[in-house]
Ligand binder design. Structure first.
Ligand SMILES: *[C@@H]1O[C@H](CO)[C@@H](O)[C@H](O)[C@H]1NC(C)=O
Ligand SMILES: *[C@@H]1O[C@H](CO)[C@@H](O)[C@H](O)[C@H]1NC(C)=O
Ligand SMILES: *[C@@H]1O[C@H](CO)[C@@H](O)[C@H](O)[C@H]1NC(C)=O
Ligand SMILES: *[C@@H]1O[C@H](CO)[C@@H](O)[C@H](O)[C@H]1NC(C)=O
Ligand SMILES: *[C@@H]1O[C@H](CO)[C@@H](O)[C@H](O)[C@H]1NC(C)=O
Length: 545
């Protein structure tokens, strides 16, 4: 390559030949440079594809703080005020595998939230400048008359105004609708034919997702400061600095049909000898805690049994907590449980002896828990959604698999598609199991909406609104706003618990800036205050079982 053409006393032919060769060589050099560039670009793109994009972009999800829950719960346990979680030392191999995944997942969440410590709680400290600012905002916030706690009341007339506005024209609706109690073993509304129950006939075609929110003096169904046994303090807004509680007094009124009033005793009678299982992410856990509080009316129930070990919920050695909780109401032998499965698919470590192993995330396989315990479940409520982001997948070292092998379908690898594919797979698998479990009623709960305004969860997004229905008065659409969920259940035996649109118009019901577990300045516009919106999901569920 270091030949020179200048000043060489050779024949013209030789010179021309050399020139030709030189041109060819230069072309070859160009081509190899291009090849090197191409290879480099491929490597860069490939690496980019494998790198947590979330490191550069705000992630889709705003799931805030399971690691914090963990901390809160560890401390509560230490203080011996924790509910009856299981601490058996026996370890079921399969479960501990799941738990290690679970714990990794929570660590990943902590990373995303940033440093999260209990000292972030804004209770009982000298107010900082930020807190003073908060107080100022609070003063502008509409405050409700608390039914369980004395709270400073300012601008009470504003509340009355809201109550009036909300209640205008609703006085008839707010009257309790008394419905004949259903059979102890009611058939589901889609399959009921010739039922003699008026409630059944009236509600046969009822789309509970359509309707409006009305103020009801019989809400909430339990006290947020009283349901200590089941309700995590990080979700009990009565224990926070929040002072407006209008959000607790709203009841969902379905359009053109009445919804059976929830009663704990009625629920237990209907669920005699039966098991209700929530399987999903932290929003599923919120629904589980809400249900426990609703059944017990928020009253202390020392007689309720911890039956976690019957479902493999055992705290692994060194693990923070089990993969779920299960409790039994002894008077009717009714079990209510929650199992953590953030993505609703099977996740298996690839090399079990390596603690840093990657995990196969089998998009086309239901969670192992469902395969193992479905025969013990009578009512199943599944959900997923907010964990499908690159940051969580990479942080957990979850590698998408389909058909038992790593997925190389680029289209499917896109998170929205992978999520949709998994929802479809798990729903259709559960549906395929229904003939083998005649007593099973299965629901897929549609996506719980987030309400971050002016940013994402980690870029200053907030949900400061306190006036209910500021973004809409009622829901009239036939189809679910969660297109993927609506599509997945179509033609299957799995029913849709469609709560997306009705929750969407309740942006004031989130934990917002009052979170005791998020970092300062980070708002929780994903999880809901309890009592609150998830109670309604359970009321609708109750009406559907
Ligand atoms: C509950 O199960 C037990 C044992 O299987 C049975 O004896 C009892 O009759 C059942 N109760 C109801 C109401 O089905
Ligand atoms: C409780 O219910 C389960 C089914 O969920 C049944 O297998 C068991 O026998 C019941 N126990 C009693 C004491 O009725
Ligand atoms: C699994 O991990 C262990 C510990 O890191 C390692 O020694 C072993 O070689 C790994 N096995 C395979 C098949 O990669
Ligand atoms: C979701 O997946 C199903 C089944 O795989 C497919 O039919 C449907 O078109 C997908 N929907 C979207 C929005 O990708
Ligand atoms: C919500 O409140 C926070 C602080 O309380 C403030 O920083 C933020 O700008 C507010 N958001 C909106 C949309 O008003």
């Amino acid at each position: 390559m270091n030949e020179s053409f200048s000043g060489t006393p050779r024949s013209m032919t030789l010179h021309r030949n050399r020139m030709k060769r030189g041109v060819l060589r230069r072309r070859a050099r160009d081509i190899s440079v291009m090849l090197v560039v191409l290879v480099c670009a491929t490597v860069v793109i490939w690496t980019w594809d494998r790198t947590p994009i979330s490191a550069f972009l705000p992630p889709e999800s705003h799931y805030l703080k399971l690691q914090t829950e963990e901390n809160v719960e560890r401390i509560r346990t230490a203080l011996n005020t924790e509910t009856k979680d299981s601490y058996s030392s026996a370890i079921n191999k399969e479960e501990s595998k799941e738990d290690s995944t679970y714990n990794k997942d929570t660590k990943e969440e902590e990373k995303e939230v940033g440093e999260v410590t209990l000292s972030d709680t804004n209770q009982g400290k000298t107010p900082t400048i930020e807190e003073k600012k908060l107080e100022q905002v609070e003063r502008e916030v509409i405050v409700s008359e608390p039914s369980y706690r004395k709270t400073p009341i300012s601008e009470k007339n504003k509340l009355e105004q809201v109550k009036h506005e909300v209640a205008v024209g609703e006085s008839k609706d707010t009257k309790k609708t008394h419905i004949k109690e259903m059979n102890t073993d009611p058939t589901d509304e889609e399959r009921t034919d010739g039922s003699t129950s008026t409630a059944h006939i009236a509600n046969k075609a009822c789309n509970y997702a359509k309707g409006k929110w009305v103020v009801d003096t019989h809400r909430p169904l339990y006290s947020g400061s009283g349901c200590k046994q089941w309700l995590a303090s990080m979700w009990a807004c009565r224990l926070m600095q929040r002072t407006d509680f209008v959000f607790e007094s709203l009841r969902w009124q379905p359009k053109d049909c009445s919804m059976e009033e929830f009663e704990g005793s009625k629920f237990l009678r209907r669920m005699k000898n039966k098991t209700l299982a929530f399987v999903g992410d932290s929003l599923g856990r919120q629904q589980f805690q809400s249900m426990m509080c609703m059944i017990s009316g928020g009253k202390e129930r020392p007689d309720v049994l911890d039956v976690g070990p019957e479902f493999g919920f055992i705290t692994p050695e060194g693990g923070a907590r089990p993969g779920g909780w299960a409790y039994r109401f002894p008077e009717t032998n009714t079990t209510v449980l929650y199992h953590w499965s953030s993505t609703l698919c099977d996740i298996v470590p690839i090399n079990i002896s390596n603690p840093e192993t990657e995990h196969a995330m089998h998009l086309d396989r239901p969670p192992a828990f469902l395969r193992q315990y479905l025969h013990k479940i009578n009512v199943l409520v599944m959900n997923t959604g907010h964990h499908w982001n690159r940051g969580k997948l990479n942080g957990n070292r979850w590698v998408m698999h389909v058909n038992g092998v790593p997925n190389n379908n680029k289209k499917l690898a896109a998170l929205g598609n992978a999520k949709n594919f998994t929802i479809h797979s798990t729903v259709s698998w559960v549906s395929s199991q229904l003939p083998h479990h005649p007593g099973l009623k299965a629901f897929y709960r549609s996506l719980s909406p987030r309400h971050f305004v002016g940013g994402e969860w980690n870029t200053g997004g907030s949900c400061n609104n306190t006036t209910p229905m500021s973004i809409g008065k009622e829901v009239l659409q036939e189809e679910s706003s969660d297109f993927s969920a609506g599509h997945a259940v179509k033609g299957t035996g799995v029913k849709l618990l469609d709560i997306t649109a009705l929750s969407h118009i309740r942006d004031e019901g989130h934990i917002s800036r009052f979170s005791i577990s998020a970092s300062r300045g980070v708002q929780d516009c994903l999880h809901w205050c309890l009592p609150g919106v998830p109670d309604t999901w359970n009321e609708i569920l109750f009406a559907m079982i």
